[in-house]
Design a binder for this molecule. Structure first.
Ligand code: G6P
Length: 520
């Protein structure tokens, strides 16, 4: 695996163990046609985090998800033999099936996911799902405690499946520095307050020493939610919350991708040959417009299909000149809403193709399957444009991966409701709800002069390469270490209690931005 110099910087942890905890594991052992294969999941989170755990030679604790996972672990769940290139230790947690169903399919993906994404999909709150969520978080806490004991460690928790874990760890692992990154949006307090267990979730998260979001906007929403729901002390000046004498810093760190690794991979001779073959096969002199996502209602796939139909109605001359390749990986198929959505997408594609296809031309080519990351990167390189149509997205790493892998004149069309839209100014902005405007934006992108396409891509590349996933990790680790330093320094007279956090200079360097006093 290629390591960027930035990633090498994060390896100095001053003797502490580095433990990443996420629900989704970075690789699984699955049985396919009688053979066991190692597969990586379609998760931007695991793809982004992997180079960091790799660089730190850390430990990754995650739930098992492959049907052959058990055959490859020891008694405590540690994977016995790593796949080539993997230099960290993976510890698998085997959640009982019913518990996993209620925790993952139920509370995580049918309550919290729709609660945090404003995609007009109603969350459901079942009490037995909540109990399973509590229990699953306890089991993760036991695994982390067993892994690190009372040794000094940095525990870096990922995402919404593990909101209760930080508080549980504060009690069990007193010498651990605990940080969490929330990869999805944090909604405004009005939206969040419909959750019957909102206080418990907030208290769980306030077990962290540091809680990171992609955007200052999400930090502000979180702070306002805390302000409304808990008797906590809010230090807006420093963006921190003090609850029961424990301080949690809240800061924004926009997640990015391993730019160099992706770029070097697509520029290899074999990848270039394959990209040319894909262009030939699917483009045949036609423009190739790509989309890549999990089959998830928050990704606005139906809205995009409608815009494609509208495009050919409004601009009939474009027929047969462009093909839309739709790589959508089946996801969370145990959740009914996802199965229904996948079926609706299949129907919508069939309808558009039945209306318009002809003369050997198919407007939308669906590939509803799993593709390895390296193969997806080649598709990016073959594509004249990429559309990200999310209705709401914490960041959207696909857009940044495209920038890393795209041809020099590739065009990025990016939903204004993604976190990435705040970083990637030179993308063509779209509102997936506004079908006519969406169709016009596609038409405009297809006729954009080459010089403008190149200039926009050049600037986008500069942005993504300047702040890659290594910079993100380095900033988070610096702020966590600063916390440790401050916590062991005598408090200034009249200063705040435990956990002085963090010094202005470092925090600003790390992407910390002061919250603006704004109520939503
Ligand atoms: C989003 C979430 C991640 C999750 C990924 C894939 O990116 O923020 O936490 O891992 O989707 O979803 P899955 O449910 O398959 O892990």
């Amino acid at each position: 695996m290629v390591r960027s110099p930035l990633l090498q910087e994060v390896t100095s942890l001053e003797g502490r163990r580095f433990v990443v905890v996420s629900n989704r594991q970075p690789f699984s052992h699955v049985r396919r046609d009688g053979e066991v294969r190692v597969e990586k999941p379609p998760s931007g989170l695991t793809l982004a985090l992997e180079p960091i755990v790799q660089a730190t030679r850390g430990t990754w604790i995650a739930a098992s998800s492959g049907d052959a996972d058990r055959e490859f672990v020891d008694r405590r769940g540690h994977v016995l033999q790593n796949p080539p290139d993997v230099q960290y230790k993976l510890r698998r947690l085997f959640l009982p099936a019913k518990l996993n169903e209620d925790f993952y399919t139920g509370f995580a993906n049918s309550a919290l996911w729709p609660l945090c994404h404003i995609a007009y999909h109603k969350p459901r709150f079942e009490e037995h799902w909540w109990r399973a969520y509590v229990r699953a978080n306890e089991l993760f806490a036991e695994a982390v405690a067993d892994e690190i004991g009372d040794r000094p460690a940095i525990v870096f928790i990922q995402d919404f499946q593990l909101a209760l874990l930080p508080r549980l760890l504060r009690q069990r692992c007193p010498r651990a520095l605990i940080a969490q990154f929330w990869h999805i949006p944090w909604p405004n307090p009005e939206a969040f307050r419909i959750c019957p267990w909102r206080k418990e979730l907030l208290e769980g998260l306030l077990g962290n020493h540091l809680l990171g979001f992609h955007l200052p906007y999400h930090c502000n929403n979180f702070l306002y939610t805390v302000d409304r729901e808990l008797q906590a002390r809010l230090d807006r000046e420093r963006n921190r919350v003090v609850l029961e004498e424990r301080a949690t810093a809240v800061a924004a760190f926009p997640l990015s991708v391993d730019f160099r690794r992706i770029r070097e991979s697509v520029l290899g001779a074999e990848a270039q040959r394959e990209a040319a073959r894909l262009r030939e096969l699917h483009g045949r002199g036609r423009k190739l417009v790509l989309s890549v996502e999990r089959l998830d209602y928050s990704k606005g796939i139906l809205e995009r299909i409608e815009a494609i139909q509208r495009l050919f109605e409004r601009y009939p001359a474009l027929r047969e000149t462009v093909s839309f390749v739709q790589i959508a990986t089946p996801s969370r198929t145990t959740v009914r809403a996802y199965r229904d959505y996948a079926a609706a997408v299949e129907r919508a594609v069939a309808r558009v193709n039945a209306n318009l296809a002809g003369n050997g031309w198919t407007p939308i080519k669906p590939m509803h399957t799993y593709l390895e990351p390296e193969k997806v990167w080649i598709w990016y390189n073959a594509a004249d444009a990429l559309i990200v149509s999310s209705l709401h997205d914490g960041m959207n790493l696909v857009s940044k991966e495209y920038v890393a892998a795209a041809p020099d004149d590739g065009v990025l069309l990016l939903s204004e409701f993604t976190g990435a839209a705040r970083d990637l100014d030179e993308a063509v902005s779209i509102n997936p709800y506004a079908t006519d405007g969406f169709a016009d934006a596609i038409a405009m992108s297809l006729s954009m002069p080459e010089s403008e396409r190149r200039e926009r891509m050049r600037r986008l590349r500069w942005r993504v390469s300047n702040y890659d996933v290594g910079a993100w990790a380095r900033d988070i680790l610096r702020v966590i270490r600063q916390h440790d330093f401050d916590a062991h320094r005598p408090a200034p007279v009249g200063g705040l209690a435990e956990g002085q956090f963090p010094s202005r200079g470092l925090a600003a360097e790390a992407g910390w931005r002061p919250a603006r006093a704004r109520r939503h």
